[in-house]
Design a protein around this ligand. Structure first.
Ligand code: BES
Ligand code: ZN
Ligand code: ZN
Length: 492
């Protein structure tokens, strides 16, 4: 789909479908008045008849019967929004593209809000429109071939400033492939998307100026003493991998940010085996890794002024004959020991290696993303990811980036009060807490490996995989985290 920007007078534009996104306060505004005049009062009549109040998510489709150059006018309600809340614009654009596909039209014009600074809304609308086109049909024998929209034109009015508009649209265009890559990696069946596959995909997609990918096999992982990753891998026939992705553009001193992603390509629970129902979606357990790979793959287009190093420990978690056992102890490269009491709490075991390794290079910030706990899903559901951290400024920056990018983060406490819950009888710590506050005790375990550097942990267990279709994302991998990371990296 091509996205263009043009100055447009709504009542005069010739297009197959004209979409106007409308907030409640603009229902009686000049634009709708002008359209209504051209439509000889039919618009206001329909608005009245349908009791259309421009509520968020509502819409009104009106055939124009030759009274406008466009055959269809679609009003999309955006609720009581201001332009700085970008979600309604994102969603409206996605819904408009859906409607366009349903009407089998080739091109659509969506009017930008009648504000001065429309660049953020234009970016959000581009993103929403493009995201709505994602499908994962690779493994269907006859994936219904939907007719794709060819051109989306964002119509700006004379009132809006052109500055930054093109840049906002271009930025959205360059981010979307990173989100799609993350979704693809998650959606791929787990016997295809192995650790080896993930590493190959990272190599394939993280190309371009400033990017470098290094993949460590089992030998090197042993040499580097990544004992958590080796322990979790023991129950599997598949080899583990450790992927390190570097991005650096330009010379001179730069801040360094470490991104760490949990890459469990399938989580059976290991010997602490999961119930079949809980295993059904466990191919999503590498969504943190997918977010890091997806985000880093588009860095050459975003060109942040920081150095970024991605660390991805990856393996599946299976209960083979040599599997890690409850009661086993792992000695980590930072000297700490951990008793494994539940092999299903494996994410923290492999993240500990990666955090300790990342910390050695003393980055300015470390951010990990992990589908870490069912407890986080219980606490926050599927709309919010949990965020923890030892540095409030970093946490705040990420929450703000998430809000900007359309990914909601909610801070949970890194509660010292529960530190005793991960004390072990035989080692320094154990990999399960006391039963309550499971998302927090998991974060406390990770905290042991960050060497007091600024660190944030995103528990994306509830947000990485959708069980319901959404206009911007079908069921399956969501690519959650990619947008937040990219916004954060561009902002610092
Ligand atoms: N991968 C799971 C967490 C998860 C749950 C991700 C639901 C996505 C959706 C993780 O490895 C796990 O199994 N955690 C256990 C920890 C427990 C044994 C302490 C959990 O949350 O039940
Ligand atoms: Zn698990
Ligand atoms: Zn897991």
């Amino acid at each position: 789909m091509e996205v263009k920007i043009r100055e447009i007078i709504a009542e005069r534009v010739k297009t197959e479908l004209l979409v106007v996104v409308i907030t409640e306060d603009k229902l009686k505004g000049p634009l709708l008045r002008r359209l209504d005049r051209a439509l000889k009062g039919r618009l206001s009549a329909r608005i009245k008849k349908q009791n259309f109040c421009a509520g968020a998510g509502s819409s009104l489709l009106l055939p124009t019967q030759g009274m406008l150059p466009t055959p269809y006018l679609l009003l999309m309600g955006a609720g009581a929004t201001k332009t700085d809340d970008l979600f309604p614009w994102r969603r409206a654009a996605a819904a408009a593209v859906r409607e366009a596909t349903r009407l089998l039209v080739d091109e659509v014009v969506i009017m930008l809000p009648e504000e001065e600074n429309v660049a953020p809304a234009a970016g959000a609308m581009t993103e929403g429109a493009l995201l709505s086109g994602y499908r994962f049909n690779k493994h269907r024998t006859n994936g219904s071939p939907t007719k794709e929209l060819r051109t989306l034109t964002l119509g700006r009015t004379g009132r809006s400033r052109a500055v930054g508009l093109t840049a906002a649209v271009e930025k959205a265009k360059s981010i979307v492939p990173g989100i799609f890559l993350a979704r693809d990696l998650v959606n791929e069946p787990p016997s295809i998307a192995t650790a080896t596959y993930l590493a190959e995909q990272a190599k394939k997609h993280c190309r371009g100026p400033g990017l470098q990918v290094e993949v460590w096999g089992k030998r090197k992982i042993e040499a580097m003493k990544l004992t958590g990753l080796l322990a979790v891998n023991r129950g599997s026939q598949e080899e583990p991998r450790f992927i390190r992705i570097r991005y650096r553009a330009g010379s001179g001193p730069q801040k360094r940010v470490a991104l760490i992603g949990k890459g469990i390509t399938f989580d059976s629970g290991g010997l602490s085996l999961k119930q079949p129902r809980s295993m059904e979606t466990m191919k999503c357990d590498m969504a943190g890794a997918a977010a890091v790979i997806g985000a880093m793959s588009v860095l050459p287009a975003i060109k942040p002024g920081v150095e970024v190093v991605g660390y991805v420990p990856t393996t599946d978690n299976l209960p083979g004959g040599s599997a890690l056992k409850p009661g086993d102890v792992i000695r980590y490269l930072n000297g700490k020991t951990a008793e494994v009491l539940n092999t299903d709490a494996e994410g923290r075991l492999i993240l500990a290696d990666a955090l300790a390794l990342a910390a050695r290079d003393k980055p300015a910030a470390m951010i990990d993303l992990a589908t870490l706990t069912g407890a986080c899903v219980m606490a926050l559901g599927h709309a919010y990811a949990g965020i923890f951290g030892n540095n409030q400024e970093l946490v705040n920056q990420l929450i703000q980036s998430g809000a900007q990018a359309g990914e909601k983060l909610w801070q949970l406490p890194l509660a010292k009060e529960y530190r005793d819950d991960i004390k072990s009888n035989v080692a320094d710590i154990k990999n399960v807490g006391g039963g309550a506050a499971g998302a927090i005790t998991a974060a406390l375990f990770l905290h042991e490996f960050v060497a007091d550097l600024p660190w944030a942990h995103l528990d994306i267990a509830g947000t990485a995989f959708a069980s319901k279709d959404d206009p911007m994302c079908p069921k399956g991998g969501t690519g959650f985290g990619v947008r937040t990371l990219l916004d954060y990296l561009a902002a610092i």
